[in-house]
Ligand binder design. Structure first.
Ligand code: NAD
Length: 255
């Protein structure tokens, strides 16, 4: 018996095989879950579709999380095909490159709003559409980073968006607990992905973590996947509103 046998859910955020969402998908599938995937645009569809199909996924849908109608269409299709779902993985984030490179005080109003919309508000919108599909309860997990609670050089507006994301996790958890819907975040250490390539001084972050974290190394996509699997599974049935650090213990020694 797999931990996720009989459970179905949707993963937002696979761009390629380096994506954290892909690490999560592999863990969920090997635990027996049935998966649906979304992709941002046609260029990414070419990468996401074969990956999703390699995990026997039959539901692979377009979705720009900045567009409510796109999110609504995804959940409508999940309802049509599955009726109900058990989990949602939110692993999407975006900020303009210049807002990650320039000094934080130079962040534009538009850039700030865009980062917040795609990286934080999208979780709230997803939860809203997921609730009717989780009549017996469910689990939602998002991806955060230490820059939510500390001023990490180069993380800038994304740190502000992650702070909003972590707060949204707590407010959603408080609201949805009575419906047995749990909402948590994983705060992952730095991993080389497409999104990470836009973050200023990213390689420095990897080296600092190797030098200063209690485990003396960076974490892997697989390790973030395993922690997410735990939070999505019944093993975490009493856990909600938490930010779960998967960062080699760096958060306790970063100062
Ligand atoms: P990634 O580039 O593989 O994934 C980011 C995803 O966001 C991509 O699939 C991209 O298509 C999607 N996306 C961006 N804008 C979108 C939009 N408008 N609509 C729909 N999808 C959109 O990079 P990743 O590092 O795997 O990022 C996944 C999550 O993990 C992000 O929330 C990121 O902030 C978080 N995270 C990453 C790290 C790291 O070091 N890589 C550390 C902690 C947290």
């Amino acid at each position: 018996m797999g931990l996720m046998d009989g459970k179905r859910g949707v993963i937002f955020g696979v761009a390629n095989e380096k994506s954290i969402a892909w690490g999560v998908a592999q863990q969920l599938r090997s635990a027996g879950a049935e998966l649906a995937f979304t992709f941002l645009n046609e260029a990414l569809e070419k990468r996401v579709r074969p990956l999703a199909e390699s995990l026997e996924s039959k539901i692979i849908l377009p979705c720009d999380v900045a567009v409510d109608d796109d999110i609504a269409s995804v959940f409508k299709e999940l309802e049509r095909q599955w009726g109900t779902i058990d989990f949602v993985v939110h692993a999407v984030a975006f900020a303009r490159r210049e807002d990650l490179k320039n000094p934080f005080s130079q962040t534009s109003r538009e850039g700030f709003a865009l980062a917040m919309d795609v990286s934080a508000y999208s979780l709230v919108a997803m939860a809203r559409f997921a609730i009717p599909l989780m009549p017996e309860g469910g689990s939602i997990v998002s991806m955060s980073y230490l820059g939510a609670v500390m001023a990490v050089p180069g993380y800038n507006v994304m740190g502000v968006a992650k702070a909003a994301l972590e707060s949204s996790v707590r407010y959603l958890a408080a609201e949805l607990g009575k419906q047995n819907i749990r909402v948590n975040a994983v705060s992952a250490g730095p991993i080389k992905t497409l999104a990470a390539s836009g973050i200023g001084n990213f390689n420095d972050k990897l080296h600092v973590m190797e030098e200063r974290s209690p485990l003396g190394r960076t974490v892997t996509q697989e390790e973030v996947g395993k922690a997410t699997l735990y939070l999505l599974s019944d093993l975490a049935s009493g856990v909600t509103g938490e930010v779960h650090y998967v960062d080699s213990g760096f958060n306790i020694s970063a100062g």
